[in-house]
Write a protein that binds this ligand. Structure first.
Ligand SMILES: O=C(O)CCC(=O)C(=O)O
Ligand SMILES: [Fe+2]
Length: 280
């Protein structure tokens, strides 16, 4: 099955959307409640920030994981040796953020969080009972009052032609968290790996939202909802001269949430961050 583009307000939206998540790990929503002018303002104002020197005043904290991650320290996907060609900023409600960017970022954070709670309700409702009985608490509850949910503003810089061989904007990876909400970026490039091992573009009409399952929900649903590998390739031609900005919100459960017999959310996250090389 291909990733479905679902009208959020259609009567069968929940059923179609969760089937897409089950079969591909991704679903795309149109006609959704996140204001597009807010998303576009965030893209524009953060691009200015990444183009300024102010970003260096917010160098990331290894302990807290908030702040600005430069291209020199950006993450290396599991199983890869080259760092991704990207810089990004991690926003938490308790973390550091440039004052002029705070109001829009927090507005978006809250709206996307509320939508995620609703979507997790859909996901739970359409989980087969034999799987749902293993959820230790309602999925929407797992992210309530979480201090771990993270808004990442990503900027993939224009390519110079001097990138290390094999380095890409975002090497193939699965997201660590429960669920990710990702507005269509200002430039194309996001692909997912199908069960046939072929890479496919994710539908990315400007104004839509892609939602994907993370490893923690795959773990909690015993694989019923798959965490699908995705990547952002380097553009060629004119696109290579432009920045790409994207804005994933990674919904994280509270640390004490039990995902499965093997893992709490907190233990799972520690293990994964160490593998990414951003935590010691
Ligand atoms: O930039 C994108 O479109 C995807 C980013 C992503 O997958 C991530 O940061 O985990
Ligand atoms: Fe991702």
């Amino acid at each position: 099955m291909e990733v479905q583009v679902v009208d959020y307000r259609a009567p069968d939206a929940a059923e179609r959307f969760t089937r897409s998540l089950h079969e591909t790990g991704f679903g795309v929503l149109k006609n959704h409640p996140i204001p597009q002018d807010l998303v576009e303002r965030i893209y524009a104002t953060w691009l200015d920030f990444f183009n300024s020197e102010q970003k260096h005043d917010f160098a990331f904290s290894k302990e807290k994981q908030d702040g600005y991650f430069s291209t020199a320290i950006s993450e290396t996907a599991k199983g890869f040796t080259q760092k991704d060609i990207k810089e990004y900023f991690h926003i938490y409600p308790w973390g550091r953020i440039p004052e002029q960017l705070k109001a829009d970022a927090m507005d978006y954070y809250q709206r996307a969080n509320a939508l995620a709670q609703e979507l997790l309700g859909w996901v739970e409702r359409y989980t087969p009972p034999e799987i749902a009985k293993n959820y230790r608490e309602p999925l929407s509850n797992m992210i309530k009052d979480s201090t771990g949910t993270l808004l990442r503003v990503l900027r993939y810089p224009p390519l110079t032609g001097n990138e290390p061989a094999g380095a890409v904007r975002a090497a193939a990876h699965g997201d660590i968290n429960l669920l990710t909400i990702l507005p269509a970026a200002n430039e194309p490039g996001l692909q997912i790996k199908g069960t046939d091992n072929q890479w496919r573009d994710v539908p990315c009409d400007f104004g839509t939202l892609a939602i994907n399952i993370g490893d923690m929900l795959q773990e909690a649903s015993q694989g019923y909802y798959p965490s699908t590998l995705h990547q952002v390739l380097n553009p060629v031609g004119e696109g290579a001269k432009r920045s790409r900005v994207s804005l994933p919100l990674f919904l994280h459960p509270r640390n004490d949430v039990v995902l499965s017999d093997r893992y709490t959310a907190g233990a799972y996250l520690e293990e994964r961050l160490r593998e990414l090389g951003v935590k010691s």
